[in-house]
Design a binder for this molecule. Structure first.
Ligand SMILES: C[S@@+](CC[C@H](N)C(=O)[O-])C[C@H]1O[C@@H](n2cnc3c(N)ncnc32)[C@H](O)[C@@H]1O
Length: 218
C-alpha cells in the first residue's frame, strides 16, 4: 500500500483567505513578532522568509531595518499557495529588492545564496517532522556568520489539556483545528538546532503554543 500523503490544506484558496481574514486577531502574535525583531542583526542586508503568506513578517522586519537606517533591504519570500503568493506580490509591488518565489518546502530549498536573517512565522509546523529537521539543516547552511534563524512557530503543548486550552483561546476546538498542523514540542526543535550547528539557541518568547525559536551562526 502506498504511504498516505500528509494533509496540507494551504494550497486551497479558501483556507488561505480564511487565515488572512483572522491573521491580525491571533492572540499575542504581535508580542512574538516584536521579540523576533530584537534578534535581527544590525548589519542585516539580505533576508529569507519561509512560508511568507502575504509577507506580513517580512514587511515588519524590513520596516524595522528601515527605522535603523537601512531601507530597501534585499529579501526573498517563499510560499506555495497561489493566494498567498498573489497577496505577497501585491504587498511588495514596486519593491525591486524583494523577490517572491513559488516553492513547496516539502522539497529542498532552491539555490538562493546566503542570508543574514532567515525568518518564518507559523509555517514550518505544516511540514512533517523529518522534513522540519532537514529544512533546519538547509537553513543553517544558508545563514552568514553572525546571522540568525528566527522561527516564530506554532509548537505542541506538553499535554492534551493544555492543547485544548490553547485552542479555546484562539477560537478553535480539537474538531475544528487545522488538520494541516504537525505540531512538535519546543525541546526537540531546540535540540535539533543545536545539533545542526546553531549557537545561542533559545526559546526566546512563548505564549502557550506560540513560540519564538532562535539561533545564531557563530
Ligand atoms: C499560518 S500561514 C502563515 C503565513 C505568514 N508567515 C504569517 O505569519 O502570516 C502558513 C503559511 O505557510 C505556507 N505553507 C504551508 N505549507 C507550505 C509548504 N509545504 N511550502 C510552502 N509554503 C507552505 C502557507 O501557504 C501559508 O502561507
Amino acid at each position: 500500500m502506498p504511504a498516505t500523503k500528509p494533509v496540507n490544506l494551504w494550497t486551497s484558496n479558501d483556507h488561505a483567505r480564511d487565515y488572512l481574514e483572522r491573521a491580525d486577531s491571533i492572540s499575542h502574535r504581535s508580542e512574538g513578532e516584536s521579540a523576533l525583531l530584537e534578534f535581527i542583526p544590525p548589519g542585516t542586508r539580505r533576508i529569507l522568509d519561509l512560508g511568507t503568506g502575504d509577507g506580513r513578517l517580512l514587511s515588519l522586519v524590513r520596516e524595522e531595518l528601515a527605522r535603523r537606517g537601512h531601507p530597501g533591504t534585499e529579501a526573498v519570500a517563499i510560499d506555495f499557495s497561489s493566494t498567498m503568493l498573489k497577496a505577497a506580490r501585491k504587498r511588495f509591488a514596486g519593491e525591486s529588492s524583494v523577490g517572491v518565489i513559488a516553492h513547496n518546502m516539502d522539497e529542498p530549498l532552491p539555490v538562493l545564496g546566503k542570508f543574514d536573517a532567515v525568518i518564518s512565522s507559523f509555517a514550518i509546523h505544516h511540514l512533517v517532522h523529518e522534513r522540519k529537521r532537514a529544512l533546519y539543516a538547509e537553513i543553517c547552511g544558508l545563514v552568514n556568520p553572525g546571522g540568525v534563524f528566527c522561527n516564530l512557530e506554532h509548537v505542541a503543548s506538553p499535554t492534551p489539556r493544555l492543547h485544548q486550552e490553547f485552542l479555546e483561546r484562539i477560537g478553535f476546538t480539537v474538531e475544528t483545528e487545522d488538520p494541516s498542523n504537525k505540531l512538535l514540542d519546543v525541546e526537540t526543535q531546540l535540540a535539533w538546532l543545536r545539533e545542526i550547528g546553531f549557537a545561542d539557541v533559545d526559546c526566546a518568547w512563548k505564549w502557550r503554543e506560540l513560540a519564538l525559536l532562535a539561533g545564531r551562526r557563530a
